[in-house]
Design a protein around this ligand. Sequence first.
Ligand SMILES: [Zn+2]
Length: 603
Amino acid sequence: MSNPGDFAYTVKQQADIVRIVGDYVKLKKSGAQNFSGICPFHNEKSPSFSVHATKQFYHCFGCGVSGDVFSFVQKIENSSFPEAVRSVAVKLGIPLPKQNFSPGEANEASLRGKLLNLHEAATLFFEQQMRTPAAAGAREYLTGRGITDEVMKQFRIGYAPDSGSSLRDKLKSEFDEAALKQSGLFSWKDEAGGISAMYSKFRNRIMFPIANEQGKVIAFGGRIMDGAVEKEKAGPKYLNSPETPIYSKGRVLYNLDRAKEAIRKLDYSIVVEGYLDIISVFTAGMHNVIASSGTAFGEAQVKLLGRFSKNIIVNFDPDTAGAAATERSLAMLVEEDFNIKVITLEQGLDPDLFIRKRGAEAYQKEVINSRKYFHYLIDRAQAQFPSRTADSKVKALNYLLPHIQRVPSRIVRDELASEIAQRLSIDSAVLRQELKSAASSRTQKVKADAPAQQTSPAEKILIHVLLSQSKEDAAVQSNVHDVLTSEHLHEGWTTEPIFDALLHASVEELREPLQLALSDSDRSRLAALLMGSDEREDLTATTVRVALAAMRRPHIERALQQLQPQIDEAGRQGNTLELTQLSAEKLKLKRALDESMRAGQGR
Ligand SMILES: [Zn+2]
């Protein structure tokens, strides 16, 4: 939340949300004040993501996300509020003040800052250790893999000495114990009177720094020295940093900092498995190469990659131990609508080995000749079930169906169906039927996710009146405020919580209505309303009166319904006085109802 006087407030005043969002989403003008594009937060084909230039907020009509410039940056960069403020300030060239966060936020930001500095210091230490005699074996190994000094420098490859204390001793003058503990680089024993000993986790390993999108080192991957494998307690072949306040494995793509410009320019990425694969492919001149750090792609990683390009070439060996992880990654990519191609190198060769044996050009050829993922799958199905019997065809089909069902686009699914039908010589009608049942389960899911009821024109008008900042609307605004407060006309409507929040909001709060205390779905509905108010609504006294009448109608109808049994009862008892009073009341309500109907028709 930004208040006048805050640094965040100052930044927000100067930030143009259209420009900031435009760095991540291709925006097109769509209306006087609106821009729209493909939502970066959910999977879609036609744009339902809108940015309002004057009101300075965004809203997605598809998935319901909305907020201001900071909330956008927080979401897309997976950062905290203070980090988002800083990030926007940096983009705008606004100098950062020393103190602009709450104590809690300041602590968090300062710990993250410390950890970044600590990782930079550790990277320098490992690089420097690589030049010592103790690292002779490491250098020999890397040279043997074709890695030159220049490449070593570029990827900042270092060496963690076979010592539990040297890194700690190097860092402890500059960083406090809390930072060392949180860095993920050490293990220690807690004892009475403090911690007794703190040891390096990474020992006698080749160190690959893992950087965030901005190129800051946030973690390490350490490869064991071949000679050390036999040694006891040497640990796993690859050891990675644990999750820390600056490192979340599921949100990082290795080498993205170096690859992102090339991915954008070439409009595709190459995905390989290991550090050495990346280095080989990169050094061979293909700079658009990344890795998911050895595990399956997570949703956050896929979304992150999708920001740069949705075309991807995957280089993997389907028969390796990582096959299951690769399958999961591919499933996720298909669901997120990536256009996937596959490279399968000859048996037993990973990209690194292939390039060293056959050369960079041969690998480039493999990239050019990469096959569409679904063609690759059909080949696999046919290889596994080669017989032409009906039984074998069903098995092949069962193998393929789950893959096809993940494709979000019906058109693409239909195309695939015809292709598969042809290749497996299956009756395409049968196949289409299978796909249809898969498709209907999809549609149901989409429907369940869609936002609930529509907001009526009357609700819209009155909400706009309450939100209006224009002096011209002051009179109608105060009228609406009074009527709603005294008659509670908004009660029972889906927008009741929004009206409640607006009726109780201060003038300052009304300037930032999306910051009001509302549930996510109410906020989303309000954002949709705000986004729709492109042209200034004509909030004349008549329009407003009509809207109030429309809101009043269900209340009158309910009152009439409640009145009728009382009238009947008074009639049965022969209570003339009460009957007269109730009838008069009924007449009054009927007139009011007529009036509200007339008002409704007059629109
Ligand atoms: Zn969305």
